[in-house]
Design a protein around this ligand. Structure first.
Ligand code: GLP
Length: 241
């Protein structure tokens, strides 16, 4: 694993965006695995700026997002569909036909998840997967536990994750307690992975990755098994002088 420690969030956003930009430049019809949460917002801004300046072309790019709340309609402003449109898709020239986010409004989650896996496979697999990290070490919505799931699946969210995500919801909104998410295998099958962590609340999770041990209690620690991972973290998340 390559570890890049940067000073602050601004630098983290630039470095993270550059990892993705390099793949898009080298392979204009690449398949991106994308993430939500507050961490990638800055990187998405940098990518949108690169597109605006004519430095990047997304017209042939395909994307598959990591996860979505369940149940959740795509047009709900709390949905990850909505988040991606707001923060990235509406600002670049990606073809709306080429963007994919798990359907949080489907009736049959097993069928939807199997279809999502099949779609990723038929697209040729993910070239670069962007990840944030939960403060409990989750990636996507693969929560710490006795075991993890390899493929896209429906999952319950832990109290800690619901608590962390509460900041995005107003008092009268119900915080979802379930989600559909790529599994650990889906993530680890990506050819390259870039994981970004910012702020002191991520210190323990980052330490879990850097511990050199693999445990289902810190799903992100499984990234140590992948041959091409870049961990980008700011000094606060890294937490070592
Ligand atoms: C959510 C998402 C994750 C994300 C995590 C951290 O739980 N499912 O993909 O990495 O939040 O979010 P943030 O970047 O806002 O700390």
């Amino acid at each position: 694993m390559k570890v890049i420690v940067v000073k602050d969030y601004e630098e983290l956003s630039k470095v993270t965006a550059e990892q993705i930009a390099e793949v898009v430049r080298n392979r204009p019809d690449c398949v991106l695995g994308l993430a939500t949460g507050s961490t990638p917002v800055g990187a998405y801004e940098v990518l949108a700026e690169m597109y605006k300046k004519g430095e990047l072309d997304f017209s042939r790019v395909k994307s598959y997002n990591l996860d979505e709340y369940y149940p959740m309609k795509a047009d709900n402003r709390q949905s990850y569909h909505y988040f991606m449109n707001e923060n990235l898709f509406s600002k670049i020239n990606i073809d709306p036909e080429n963007v994919h986010v798990p359907d949080g409004d489907c009736k049959d989650t097993d069928a939807m998840c199997a279809d999502y896996e099949a779609q990723i496979r038929s697209a040729g697999g993910i070239d670069i997967q962007l990840l944030g990290i939960g403060r409990n070490g989750h990636i996507g919505f693969n929560e710490p536990g006795d075991f993890l799931y390899p493929d896209t699946h429906k999952t319950d969210l832990t109290d800690d994750t619901m608590d962390a995500n509460a900041r995005f919801f107003s008092e009268d909104e119900i915080i979802p307690n379930a989600a559909v998410t790529m599994g650990m295998g889906t993530i680890l099958r990506a050819r390259k992975i870039v994981i970004a962590a910012s702020g002191a609340s991520k210190r323990e999770a980052v330490a879990g990755i850097l511990s050199g041990k693999i445990t289902t209690q810190c799903p992100a620690s499984l990234l140590n098994m992948h041959p091409d991972v870049v961990l980008v973290c700011d000094e606060e998340a890294y937490g070592r002088d």
